[in-house]
Design a protein around this ligand. Structure first.
Ligand code: SF4
Ligand code: FE
Length: 483
């Protein structure tokens, strides 16, 4: 297994084509806007190398029969699914951001069962090929970016109906030794910290859309792949050399628009090629795993936000006010409700035919549906407790200024024993989590990551079994006998 330093060193050996502000970025690892995101991924390696966290951060691989970083592991039990949630909460607490490695983990687990079932029904030979790939991922302890979301163009039209056929990633050529693909994957979490990009279709497909039914993995610096880095709110503060103003200067998340400009994929790296009937199953399972994930990672970030709110209440001298206590209790109630959903869909998960465990689909979707709401309320309460100073604070440069510093020190002081700098630091952290870079992960990603709210409602409707509920009602109402 790699440690954090090994991981960062391994990235330096890659040569991806990356653009930010219209310019090519040659050194991703040392770039001040990108490095915090890589530090978050590096934390997944750091914890795996720490005996204190080994129970959660590592697992015994059923593929290579030795310990592996849990982020490359196929869940072999309900306990594995629960350990995933606990690990994600821990990492959320330690990074207060998105640590990005879960998308690949969720893609690996989804592909394992889907390729098995596809082979069984269609007589294809993808599963063994996938397991060989996974063996390499586990042995090298790679970070994999699970890439599902296509740009989608006109949302009222299917992939085959788009004016521009490239708005969903597709195969444009089939060769003897592989395929050539064209398209893009949008807002790809962790793409620049990944060694491998693992592509999957994004919607259910029909007979005439076989060319869109492709899944494959390629090294992230494969020829023809271009990354355009996504902006985040307040991102250029990372370029100012100010530590306090960033709010969380060590950790962050990242998204990129990933372009596949006629990329060749060798046959041994292809896990679906035309089997359109299995696209929806792959989407459904990947989405379910990632909707489970949010019951862990967002809860860990929520812990930091609740802690920051409680801390600023103390710095402001209002910690004993009854309404403040009650708001902190409400935030905790909401946060732990999300955690309960993550644990519940893991506990109620089941074994698939390949042996890999899958979460309970209904509960995983309920989990994510709650995540589209509760972090917003938790953030609202944190802003309420923090007060307006959170968005009107002077800069660190003014605070450090030989003339101005003393005024800020004097007039922005909170309760008597509080350091003004500590007060400013906590306020900037709350700003970061609710409005700044981390708000991508804690707020908008809570809404749209792992599928927008309506996508969960479609799945909840499908899993709800209203017929069974109607029958229960008919029996109780005396319309029908219990059978
Ligand atoms: Fe992991 Fe959460 Fe980031 Fe998804 S949003 S990659 S689950 S940390
Ligand atoms: Fe996400």
């Amino acid at each position: 297994m790699l440690n954090a330093k090994d991981y960062l060193d391994s990235l330096k050996k890659l040569n991806p084509v990356v653009y930010l502000f219209g310019e090519r970025v040659e050194n991703v690892v040392e770039h001040p806007m990108m490095r915090p995101a890589l530090n978050s991924i590096a934390k997944t390696y750091e914890l795996a190398a720490d005996p204190l966290f080994a129970d959660l951060s590592t697992a015994h691989s059923n593929i290579i029969n030795s310990p592996v970083n849990r982020f490359t592991h196929l869940h072999q039990s309900n306990n594995d699914l629960i350990a995933k949630i606990k690990l994600q909460r821990l990492l959320g607490q330690k990074t207060a951001s998105c640590f990005q490695r879960c998308v690949g983990w969720d893609a690996l687990n989804a592909l394992d069962s889907v390729t098995f079932e596809m082979d069984k029904e269609l007589g294809t030979h993808y599963h063994q090929r996938f397991r060989t790939y996974l063996k390499m991922v586990q042995e090298k302890d790679l970070t994999v970016d699970g890439a599902m979301t296509d740009p989608k163009g006109d949302r009222s039209k299917r992939p085959s109906e788009q004016e521009d056929p490239d708005l969903y990633l597709r195969m444009i050529e089939k060769r003897k030794d592989g395929i050539v693909v064209r398209g893009a994957k949008a807002h790809q979490t962790g793409a620049l910290g990944a060694h491998e990009i693992l592509v999957m279709p994004t919607v259910a497909l029909i007979d005439c859309e076989k060319s869109y039914a492709v899944s494959f993995a390629v090294p992230s610096d494969t020829k023809g792949i271009i990354y355009i880095y996504g902006r985040q709110s307040c991102d250029t503060r990372k370029l100012e050399g100010s530590e306090i103003d960033v709010g969380n200067c060590r950790y962050g998340g990242q998204e990129a628009l990933v372009i596949f400009d006629d990329v060749f994929i060798p046959a041994e790296s292809i896990f679906m090629c035309g089997e359109y009937e299995y696209a929806s199953l792959l989407v459904e399972r990947f989405a379910a795993y990632h909707r489970q994930s949010y019951g862990g990672c967002k809860v860990g970030v929520g812990d930091v936000l609740i802690g920051a709110a409680a801390q600023i209440a103390e710095y402001n001298g209002i910690q004993k006010a009854a309404h403040i206590r009650d708001k902190l209790v409400e935030m905790t109630h909401l946060n732990e409700t999300l955690y309960s959903c993550g644990i519940a869909c893991s506990s109620m998960g089941d074994r698939t035919l390949s042996g890999t465990y899958l979460v309970d689909l209904l509960l995983a979707n309920v989990c994510k549906q709650n995540v589209t709401r509760y972090p917003y309320e938790i953030a609202r309460l944190a802003e309420d407790i923090a007060g307006g100073l959170m968005v009107t604070l002077p800069s660190e440069k003014d605070f450090r200024h030989p003339e101005l510093g003393k005024y800020i020190e004097k007039y922005l002081k909170g309760s008597a024993n509080t350091s003004t700098e500590h007060r400013i630091r906590i306020l900037r952290l709350i700003e970061n989590l609710t409005l700044g870079c981390a708000a991508v992960a804690y707020r908008t990603e809570s809404m749209h990551g792992a599928g927008s709210p309506q996508a969960q409602r479609v799945m909840i409707a499908r899993q709800a079994n209203f017929e069974h509920k109607k029958k229960l009602a008919r029996i109780i109402a005396g319309i029908e006998e219990e059978s």
